[in-house]
Design a binder for this molecule. Structure first.
Ligand code: AMP
Ligand code: MG
Length: 425
């Protein structure tokens, strides 16, 4: 296992001397450690939404499967127009779902959108340009015939997809439109990576599940619900390991069980260096602690390590710290583990501050923020009034985070970087 000796860490190590390292460096280290799950499973299309494709989708057919009409109208051979023909006998009628017969020379076929073009026809004249009398079709304005281009209103066989074409590459998270494309070429079951299994632990004597009554000093455990939701949105299997008291032996026992049964363990709370914080020494006892402090606010006392081969991410207990560190570290890590190919770090949007920031921090700040567009189309960012990492309401108010670099003050209108909560991966 790679440890603190990793080059990316040694220059600015935190685990050796507890000096916080920059967010990008810490995230880079996590991603270096990440292994994608290799096991695949075959799933039907209706079970594949959100899963990550493991094997390329190669089309077994052309799409369209045959030349077809793109409009309701009349199919002709464009050579008739060149020969100044302006009316045609209607020799057949072809609706979508019907087979067509070859077009008799110098006749037209009444045809509808999605119907197969008859052999011998290459152009469809839209019905609005035609009039019909006694089973003959004429152009309403015969001078328009020169404007009708050969191939007009025809979708050619294979113009969208060619037989043998690679449609979707492995490492893609399957969205409804991917599944529709797969269905359109007739495939009903596909190979995806198995789900990543994430064990979650809430650490803290004070925690009580919602629905029970609170005794003095107790609070409701909201982090387990938060993590379950975040992981479910990412299509992970969640192994809910419940709450563990601020007790070293109990923490070690639960961590051991969680690490043995999951691909990744996320612990919230008990991660600092106080007398009641047992997570970090427990991980060190059972495995390795490779990263302990990140130069960010909130979320500084983040811990990353391994127990056996299972990565362990331990975040501060405040809900906002958990949410922010999940967004910046857990999510990219999980995306790599899921087999996603591409940029896994959170996307950013350039915007302008709609606020003043007069209290710089030596750490990089990820403040809860809300992106809105002005009538002129300018992306403006507002910030939540409280900096408290316990303010859980800030998470339902915000639609992302604004990144404020260390030692930075801002005035309204300054350029800022916004990280939306929702991303295409
Ligand atoms: P800790 O990181 O254990 O020092 O906890 C920091 C703060 O987060 C404390 O106020 C805890 O009570 C709170 N906290 C810890 N775990 C949770 C949890 N699962 N749900 C809600 N709040 C929590
Ligand atoms: Mg605690």
């Amino acid at each position: 296992m790679t440890t603190i000796q990793s080059n990316s860490i040694t220059n600015n190590t935190c685990a050796m001397d507890d000096r916080p390292i920059p967010v990008a460096q810490a995230c880079g280290y996590l991603l270096e450690q990440a292994h994608s799950v290799n096991e695949t499973e075959l799933v039907t299309l209706n079970k594949a939404l959100g899963r990550v494709l493991a094997v390329p989708i190669i089309s077994p057919i052309d799409l369209p499967v045959w030349d077809q009409s793109a409009m309701d109208g009349y199919a002709i051979n464009s050579a008739d127009l060149t020969a100044n023909q302006t009316d045609w006998s209607i020799s057949q009628r072809i609706a979508a779902g019907q087979a067509s017969a070859p077009l008799l020379p110098h006749t037209t076929a009444r045809i509808f959108t999605g119907a197969p073009l008859p052999i011998g026809a290459n152009t469809v004249i839209v019905q609005e340009a035609c009039q019909v009398n006694d089973n003959r079709m004429q152009l309403i304005d015969s001078t328009m015939s020169a404007a009708i281009k050969p191939g007009a209103n025809v979708r050619r066989r294979g113009e969208d997809v060619a037989n043998g074409q690679t449609l979707i590459t492995p490492g893609t998270r399957l969205q409804p439109q991917h599944l529709a494309l797969i269905a359109a070429v007739g495939i009903d079951a596909i190979s995806v990576y198995r789900r990543v299994r994430v064990a979650i632990i809430a650490s803290g004597d004070e925690l009580v599940p919602p629905g029970q009554s609170l005794n003095a000093g107790q609070i409701y455990n909201s982090n387990s619900t938060l993590l379950t939701g975040l992981l479910t949105q990412l299509e992970c299997d969640v192994l809910e390991c419940g709450q563990v008291n601020d007790n070293r032996a109990a923490t070690e026992l639960l961590l051991t069980q969680a690490a043995a049964n999951a691909d990744l363990v996320i612990v919230s709370g008990g991660v600092s260096v106080g007398d009641e914080d047992h997570v970090r020494p427990a991980i060190a006892q059972l495995g390795t602690v490779e990263l302990t402090q990140v130069a960010m606010r909130p979320g500084k006392p983040l811990v990353f390590g391994h127990i056996g081969t299972t990565p362990i991410l331990a975040t501060p207990g405040n809900p906002v710290s958990l949410f922010v560190t999940f967004h910046l570290f857990a999510r990219p890590l999980i995306l790599v583990m899921q087999g996603i190919l591409g940029i896994v770090t959170p996307p950013t949007i350039p915007a302008r501050a709609a606020f003043n920031w007069s209290k710089p921090d030596k750490r990089c700040e990820y403040h809860r923020a809300r992106l809105e567009w002005t009538d002129a189309g300018q992306a403006m960012v507002q910030v939540f009034p409280s900096r408290s990492s316990a303010a859980i309401t800030s998470l339902t108010w915000a639609n992302g985070l604004v990144m404020i670099p260390p030692h930075t003050t801002l005035i309204e209108g300054d350029a800022v970087t916004f990280l939306p909560f929702y991303s295409p991966l």
